[in-house]
Design a binder for this molecule. Structure first.
Ligand SMILES: Nc1ncnc2c1ncn2[C@@H]1O[C@H](COP(=O)(O)OP(=O)(O)OP(=O)(O)O)[C@@H](O)[C@H]1O
Length: 259
């Protein structure tokens, strides 16, 4: 196994009038081609951890390393919950925007834009503006933009949380199929244990703030996985097991007013 991300004894404290200790002593290794899901109560520092992997925030203690194969291109790309696409750009321009600042030949950019529009079912909407699209299609644009960069590490921060339950299911299944084609390294934050079990190789459970890792669970379902595993008795069992670990932390975060 080749290590792709190494997080060692990381703490994060936001300074200010009311300082917040967001993370404490987090150590986590993510291997190349692993799909790791992070779950934990609201405010436990999951997004903070993603932002540190992306290099947007620095840890207050410890180290975060991403071992990139390419010394030039930035190794990470992020998909956020709220689409984060530009309303004044077309679908195609939004996907192309992912390359801004990355030195890629024009023909390579064009080929990637075509490929990822096609793979996300967006080709016929390439000239549309986001306002004309449904929430599900907009989120497909965000995902296409991140994947078109072909990052070594894809970071996803509750990417389906704003979608209704059915659309969420559809996008989960699409992501499962897409990921199984090229298996890049993914760190995926979610509040849904079902989503985490369907998609992840491992589920990392975090405590109430300051977030620490309280469990690291390997998902026992083989790849390629079919969405039908949702109905397997082992699926519900695993969901129950993880919830048992998480439940006290969710209670604690409510009592402590975690945000
Ligand atoms: N830039 C910031 N400045 C000050 N405090 C912050 C900042 N960003 C996050 N926090 C605080 O740090 C804590 C962790 O926030 P973070 O968003 O990482 O948690 P989370 O687990 O992703 O939450 P949620 O599940 O609700 O999205 C929270 O209490 C939050 O209010």
């Amino acid at each position: 196994m080749v290590t792709k991300i190494q997080i060692s004894e990381v703490g994060k404290r936001y300074e200010g009038r009311n300082p917040v200790e967001a993370l404490s002593d987090v150590t986590l290794t993510v291997d190349d081609s692993e799909f790791v899901c992070l779950v934990g109560p609201s405010g436990c520092g999951k997004s903070t951890l993603l932002r540190m992997i992306m290099g947007l925030h620095r840890p207050s203690a410890g180290t975060v390393d991403v071992f990139a194969d390419d010394p030039v291109l930035p190794p990470t790309a992020m998909v956020f919950q709220d689409y984060s696409i530009f309303p004044w750009k077309t679908v195609e321009q939004n996907v192309r925007f992912g390359f801004e600042g990355r030195r890629l030949p024009r023909a390579e950019c064009d080929a990637r834009v075509d490929k990822w529009l096609e793979r996300l079912g967006l080709s016929q909407f390439r000239r549309a503006y986001p306002a004309a699209l449904s929430g599900g299609m907009r989120q497909r644009v965000s995902i296409a933009r991140a994947l078109a960069v072909e990052p070594e590490v894809l970071l996803m921060d509750e990417p389906f949380a704003a979608l209704d339950a059915q659309l969420r299911r559809v996008l989960q299944e699409e992501l499962l199929a897409l990921w199984q084609q090229d298996r890049r390294t993914v760190v995926f934050v979610t509040h849904s244990l079902e989503e985490a079990i369907l998609l992840g190789d491992r589920i990392v459970v975090m405590s109430a703030r300051p977030g620490r890792i309280i469990a690291d669970i390997r998902v026992p379902f083989d790849r390629p996985r079919s969405p039908q595993i949702r109905t397997a008795p082992e699926f519900a069992e695993l969901e129950g097991e993880i919830w048992a670990q998480l439940r006290d932390e969710v209670d604690r975060s409510l009592v402590g007013g975690a945000r």
